[in-house]
Ligand binder design. Structure first.
Ligand code: NAP
Length: 310
């Protein structure tokens, strides 16, 4: 069982979720941490990854590195993205088995589910329909990661599990408007509008689509909760069980930022899928619940954003 002396290796430790995992582990007094980022080693180099495992001999491993860059990179560099992501996760999963890692958690993504998936999305809907095409290289790499974990469990009796998180936001988020997710993008947009006294903020699309968000520290908490579980559940959704329309989210962010102008919706821009809500019933049935509400999380995230631009 994982205890305070366990050696825990986190890949992607400088990313949004990796950093939240490191914070949570430190808060829990886990001292034996190995935090690997892109300066630590080249994950597409099989020998280097194996040597790293052989030298560090972790008890537990979490895979949270990702090469992505939003829709533009998905379209321009699909070969590079699929190669980097496939090679990194393949090298890590195989090396983890070779050095007898007791448990491994692989972070997948909700893009593994079909484009027009039934809602809320249950783990069993995996591979039940066509994927969103602009995202296919990323989704295919993630599906391969899930299948690889299952195959190793089957053949080698490992305890490798995959988690499918809702969209995360929080400390260390990416606020670059070209590549950011919707929450940091809207926080930055509303903040700029407030500072510049702009009369309105324009939101892409109708505002009707609904999305699910989870505070990064809650997500990290759920990952560590699953790491401690005795039962092997191979694919687990991690969400809050609550979704929100983009229009309601914009209202919440407007209030959080204190912007006094109006919100306009640009109906010429595409909406994307109507709804994306994970069914997190399996995780909840094990006893886990999120702690940070969307309103609280937005307040925290906005405070951190203001600090970061000071
Ligand atoms: N954030 C979300 O909403 C969300 C939702 C669902 C699933 N996920 C999954 O959760 C994981 C973590 O996501 P995130 O949002 O924390 O990502 P992130 O903030 O973009 O961070 C990813 C980290 O991975 C590192 N990285 C990329 N390639 C690497 C390599 N070859 N070797 C070592 N490090 C490498 C990056 O470092 P450099 O920048 O230095 O390359 C970066 O620090 C990913 O697998 C992602 O697909 C995230």
């Amino acid at each position: 069982m994982m205890d305070k002396a366990s050696k825990i290796l986190v890949f992607g430790a400088k990313g949004l979720i990796g950093a939240a995992l490191a914070r949570r582990l430190r808060q829990g007094s886990f001292k034996n941490l190995i935090l690997a980022d892109s300066d630590t080693l080249e994950l597409d180099n099989r020998k280097k990854v194996y040597d790293f495992f052989a030298k560090t001999r972790p008890d537990y491993c979490i895979i949270a590195p990702i090469k992505e860059g939003g829709i533009v990179a998905n379209i321009r560099y699909p070969a590079e993205l699929i190669y980097q992501n496939l090679s990194a996760q393949t090298n890590i999963i195989d090396s983890a088995w070779r050095v007898n890692v007791a448990k491994l958690i692989y972070l997948a993504s909700s893009c593994v589910y079909p484009k027009d998936c039934r809602q809320p999305i249950k783990e069993e809907y995996l591979m039940s329909g066509p994927l969103e095409l602009t995202n296919a290289p990323y989704a295919a790499a993630k599906i391969s990661g899930i299948e690889m974990c299952k195959a190793y469990n089957l053949q080698y009796n490992t305890r490798f599990i995959s988690v499918v998180p809702a969209t995360a936001y929080g400390p260390g988020d990416n606020f670059d408007l070209n590549t950011s997710h919707v929450i940091p993008a809207l926080l930055a947009k509303f903040h700029a509008a407030k500072i510049n006294n702009t009369p309105y903020v324009t939101i892409w699309g109708s505002g009707k689509p609904k999305r699910e968000f989870i505070y990064a520290d809650d997500l990290a908490d759920a990952v560590l909760f699953l790491m401690r579980q005795g039962r092997l559940t191979e694919v687990v959704n991690i969400g809050t069980g609550v979704d929100v329309s983009i229009s309601r989210l914009a209202q919440l962010i407007k209030r959080t930022v204190g912007f006094m102008g109006k919100i306009k919706f640009d109906n010429e821009k595409p909406d994307g899928v109507a709804r994306k809500l994970l069914d997190s019933g399996l995780l909840f049935s094990l006893g886990w619940r999120p702690r940070v509400s969307l309103a609280q999380g937005l307040l925290k995230a906005y405070g951190l954003y203001k600090k970061s631009i000071c």
